[in-house]
Design a protein around this ligand. Structure first.
Ligand code: ZN
Length: 341
């Protein structure tokens, strides 16, 4: 055992008289020093920009609770994607508002569904942009639930078969990455299997692995028109109080074949992002959700905070917590502020 010798390093009396304490401020004195020792830097490559697609032409509906975010028809969506690409943002994730809804969410796996057509249009006009598709049924079911409902129960195993079918149609339409957001058990395995059986073994899956039943989704439900008609999502999304359970959820998705794991929402769950990153060392995404966005926008518009500064601080905090990828409605605004390299 090495014995600590009091007379050496840590005895305050042995320190030099000129430095009775450590001057941590030295490296904060100039912007050059601050830049040299900065631990976390945002990059455009960190961002995934969420987009909402609606039927029609020349549609650009601003979402009331989400300033500067729009529901877009496919023609407008393609223009938006070109802009996103020109800003250096590598990827978008698509959410669809379909022509029709029914109990089994048929419009989610219709070859001519809104998302399927949107993917084909983007891939034709902006082929290098990575197109990620959200896979769930809540935007497509008449109940507004993420799966098939019988009585008061959302039926797990039948629902995941439909989700797999939906994922396959996205891949067949040209999607680059599939992102199931439902939180049912076994969906990653079901989707991986159907993709592999149909020669899409190289299409990766980003799972919404630890998705919480959160009040921060409120504005999104206006945007995606996916509010449940009755009940809530607490039988499949996670209890905000739980953290160990998030690790079990993430582990299961990795075992089933997820390539990227996501924590959603981001800000109230930064501790979960850190635990997931430390435990699994997987490519990790965090969804900076609608409520997080709208709070900053609203306070910014009221002059209560400096919107740009708070936005950059927020995004930096998500990356610092361990996220490699950030899904955020701020992607375009933030990209405009980042230096071009
Ligand atoms: Zn859903």
């Amino acid at each position: 055992m090495v014995m600590f010798n009091e007379k050496t390093t840590l005895n305050p009396d042995s320190r030099t008289d000129t430095e009775p304490f450590k001057r941590l401020r030295r490296l904060r004195m100039t912007e050059s020093f601050r830049a040299m020792v900065r631990e976390t830097e945002l990059s455009r490559n960190d961002f995934i920009y969420p987009l909402f697609v609606v039927p029609g032409k020349k549609v650009r509906n601003e979402i009331k609770s989400m300033p500067d975010v729009f529901q877009l028809s496919i023609d407008e969506l393609v223009k938006e994607c070109a802009e996103v690409k020109s800003l250096g943002i590598p990827a978008v994730i698509l959410f669809g508002i379909p022509e029709y809804k029914d109990e089994v969410g048929s419009s989610a796996y219709d070859d001519d569904g809104i998302i399927q057509m949107a993917i084909r249009a983007i891939k034709k006009e902006v082929p290098e942009l990575v197109v990620i598709t959200d896979v769930c049924l809540c935007e497509y079911t008449s109940t507004g639930h993420c799966g098939i409902v019988r009585g008061n129960e959302i039926i797990n195993d039948e629902s995941i078969e439909l989700l797999a079918k939906e994922a396959l149609t996205h891949a067949q339409s040209g999607a680059d990455l599939i992102a199931p957001s439902d939180m049912f058990d076994g969906r990653i395995k079901a989707i991986r299997n159907i993709l592999d059986r149909n020669n899409f073994q190289n299409i990766p899956i980003m799972s919404y692995a630890a998705k919480y039943a959160s009040g921060f989704y409120g504005p999104f439900r206006d945007a995606a028109e996916s509010t449940p008609k009755f009940g809530d999502r607490r039988s499949h999304q996670m209890d905000p109080a739980n953290s160990d359970e998030a690790l079990r959820e993430v582990e299961q998705d990795i075992i089933e074949g997820a390539d990227i794991v996501m924590v959603k929402p981001a800000l109230p769950y930064l501790d979960i992002v850190r635990r997931v990153k430390d435990r699994f060392a997987m490519p990790t995404a965090a969804y900076n959700v609608s409520g997080e966005y709208s709070m900053i926008k609203a306070a910014g518009r009221n002059g209560w905070i400096d919107e740009q500064r708070v936005m950059m601080e927020t995004l930096t905090s998500i990356k610092r917590a361990g996220a490699d990828l950030i899904l955020t409605y701020f992607a375009k605004d933030a990209a405009k502020l980042l230096p071009t390299r």
